[in-house]
Design a protein around this ligand. Structure first.
Ligand SMILES: NC(=O)c1ccc[n+]([C@@H]2O[C@H](COP(=O)([O-])OP(=O)(O)OC[C@H]3O[C@@H](n4cnc5c(N)ncnc54)[C@H](O)[C@@H]3O)[C@@H](O)[C@H]2O)c1
Length: 261
């Protein structure tokens, strides 16, 4: 299916690997130019090279989405170069792997900064351009933790739930400007960070081998496998494309049936 994104411009935060990388490559294959921001510049540059090899323009930025100035600089340079931003896909996020009882304020600050403020910073930097264009679409990667709550991911659940509520309210504000806002809620994924997270969780719990823990986690999934970056990227690319022109303010869980809300 043609996504109808030819000659559009996509900005992808956390585009250096996993989900963000695949979104970049899929949109480039569909004819979009791509700006990639990642805290790891070498990863963003390597994905930019892959995009260029597909015959589309690509920019790579070193950006920490929790840093207001860096995010604004990335968006300013993207607009200088590409003159517009049609699609924003915001990926970065990280769980805590800690109970609330054992958590400290520094843990909350880290989680809220990355998982909630990261989205606010990026949207604030981009939204003026989309309003000026009178068009745009955004999709934020959240987690089912933000829909149903998860142990050892308490403040993360709060922050991701905050992004879901923010996306609905923002969709209401921006609809009149022809800008759509949606979320994709993921659960246990086979991304580099997801694999690392589960290894850390097994070590923290200390009761089971990583294989035993994986088996236990998967018993909660109707489709008994972990999510692949493609699963997430397919949904994100659809939601920011014109194929989803009448979809806004929604959260789509891409989760193998882990929870159904
Ligand atoms: N991995 C999972 O199992 C899982 C489960 C549910 C939800 N999610 C959500 O999916 C999204 C993607 O998670 P992921 O596991 O692929 O890894 P991730 O978000 O940690 O990493 C993706 C990319 O983002 C970059 N990144 C990390 N912090 C950044 C920052 N502050 N600024 C800019 N770039 C940054 C990384 O370098 C990496 O290239 C996150 O929002 C996460 O909360 C993941």
């Amino acid at each position: 299916m043609d996504l109808m994104v030819k000659d559009k411009v996509a900005l992808i935060t956390g585009g250096g690997e996993g989900v963000g990388r695949l979104v970049a490559l899929m949109l480039a294959e569909e004819g979009s130019d791509v700006a990639l921001g990642d805290v790891d510049l070498s990863k963003a540059e390597s994905v930019a090279a892959e995009v260029s090899a597909l015959g589309r323009e690509a920019l790579a930025f070193k950006v920490d989405v929790t840093k207001w100035e860096e995010v604004n600089e990335m968006v300013r340079k993207t607009i200088d170069e590409f003159k517009r931003v049609d699609m924003l896909v915001h990926v970065p996020g990280r769980g805590e792997r800690k109970s609330f009882i054992s958590s400290e304020k520094a843990d909350w600050d880290f989680s809220v900064n990355l998982n909630l403020y990261g989205v606010l910073n990026t949207v604030k930097a981009v939204v003026g351009q989309m309003v000026e264009q009178r068009s745009g679409s955004m999709a934020f990667v959240v987690s089912d933790a933000g829909r149903v709550g998860e142990t050892n991911n308490i403040v993360y659940s709060a922050a991701k739930g905050g992004v879901i509520a923010f996306s609905k309210a923002l969709a209401k504000e921006l609809g009149r400007h022809n800008i759509r806002v949606n979320c994709v809620a993921l659960s246990a994924m086979n991304t580099p960070a997801g694999l690392q997270f589960r290894e850390g969780l097994a070590a923290m719990m200390g009761k089971e081998t990583p294989e035993e823990l994986n088996k236990k986690i998967l018993s909660n999934y109707v489709i008994r496998r972990f999510g692949e970056p493609e699963d997430a990227a397919n949904a994100l690319c659809f939601l920011v494309s014109d194929r989803a022109a009448w979809i806004t303010g929604q959260t789509l869980s891409v989760n193998g049936g882990y929870c159904m809300v």
